[in-house]
Design a protein around this ligand. Structure first.
Ligand SMILES: [Zn+2]
Length: 365
């Protein structure tokens, strides 16, 4: 992996990923995967709080939903004709499987998902992978299982162990001769509203300065760090969130959406990263609170206005309404040192309005 002489970012990044004027980040692959940069602790906190709230480990649901994302992703990259050749055929030698894994492991490392190494591969029967520095094991297990299911045209079951220290081991075992039908989780492409986000693009590699100033790579480990906060970051497919939360809502009902919003709100309010770097609200434009939204691919902040009791914000192309509403509210709470009640509505497809009202003491204002 080579680095840009101008901005220091991995050179391949600008070739594979596009920062667009509508507040989204997209893979330039044919799947046009939408990506969001989020904190690893944010994702882990989200899943563990949902587990606590529902009294069940959320990992199997996350794993199952993410398998769909893995299957669709590899399905867009690898022609189906390849997978129609029986896995045992000499036309699909082992080195080809190893090569696919090698390429995918490179993708994963560049997105900050840690390192993956193939330990054992018995085509369409058994796969064993070593995982180092994974951002979230159920997500990585789901990605890899979905990819193997697609390539080997089989249903796989996964087991993984997370040791206190050192790498984790993921084992996949064939459980059926047909890969699961993609029925429950529809990963439809979403149209984005046009926007006017502009970036200071590096003339050499095409990555925005807003990104290369904020993110630093430890590529050999597959780790991305925030240069300002030191926290670990990861680029996840927006579809992962959509798939996981749709699956959660199907299992547990609509209260999952509120749980998502309140969990994200609390995380942003309490995390030191948010508290240390939020804008000064007294004399600044409150829109600067959301200045990292576009380069993170979270959406396009259009408007932020103070109201008598708080703040009203409009974000277009929000990658997930509940999570974006929670993030907006938590950032505002940290900056204004207050607590708010939050409501949000999609005024029209792609346009999210978040209204925040101070919940304690606002009667005296
Ligand atoms: Zn550059």
């Amino acid at each position: 992996m080579r680095f840009c002489r101008e901005c220091g970012f991995p050179r391949a990044y600008g070739r594979y990923i596009a920062w667009t004027s509508d507040g989204t980040v997209q893979g330039r692959d044919i799947a046009r995967t939408r990506l969001v940069f989020v904190e690893v602790d944010e994702v882990r906190n989200l899943f563990s709080r949902i587990s606590e709230a529902i009294g069940l480990p959320v990992d199997p649901i996350v794993y199952r939903a993410e398998k769909e994302v893995g299957r669709r992703f590899i399905g867009a990259l690898v022609p189906d004709i390849f997978t129609k050749v029986p896995a045992s055929s000499i036309a699909r030698p082992l080195f080809l499987a190893r090569f696919v894994v090698h390429v995918l492991a490179g993708y994963m490392a560049a997105l900050g998902m840690g390192r993956a190494r193939l330990l054992e591969y018995k085509p369409a029967r058994f796969v064993k992978v070593e995982l180092t520095d994974s951002h979230d094991l159920p997500l990585v297990a789901g990605d890899i299982a979905g990819i193997v299911e697609y390539l080997d045209r089989a249903g796989m079951d996964a087991a993984w162990e997370e040791p206190v220290a050192g790498p984790a081991v993921l084992s996949l075992t064939k459980v059926s001769d047909t890969r699961p039908a993609d029925e429950r989780l529809m990963l439809e492409a979403v149209e984005c509203l046009p926007g006017k986000v502009s970036y200071d693009f590096c003339p050499r590699c095409g990555v925005p300065r807003e990104v290369s100033d904020n993110l630093k790579f430890e590529l050999e480990r597959g780790v991305i760090r925030n240069a300002v906060t030191g926290g670990r970051e990861v680029a996840l497919p927006a579809q992962s969130f959509a798939a996981v939360f749709r699956e959660l809502a199907a299992e547990l009902g609509d209260e999952v959406t509120d749980l998502l919003e309140s969990t994200e709100q609390e995380y942003m309010r309490e995390s030191s990263a948010a508290r240390r770097f939020v804008a000064d609200l007294d004399d600044g434009d409150p829109l600067t609170l959301l200045s990292d939204f576009p380069w993170r691919g979270l959406g396009n902040p259009m408007r932020a206005e103070k109201t008598d009791h708080g703040l009203e914000v409009v974000v277009e192309n929000a990658f997930n309404p509940g999570m974006v509403a929670g993030r907006v509210a938590g950032l505002y709470e940290a900056a204004a040192d207050t607590r708010v009640k939050v409501s949000w509505v999609e005024e029209r497809p792609g346009r999210l309005k978040v209204t925040m009202a101070r919940s304690v003491g606002w009667e005296q204002d």
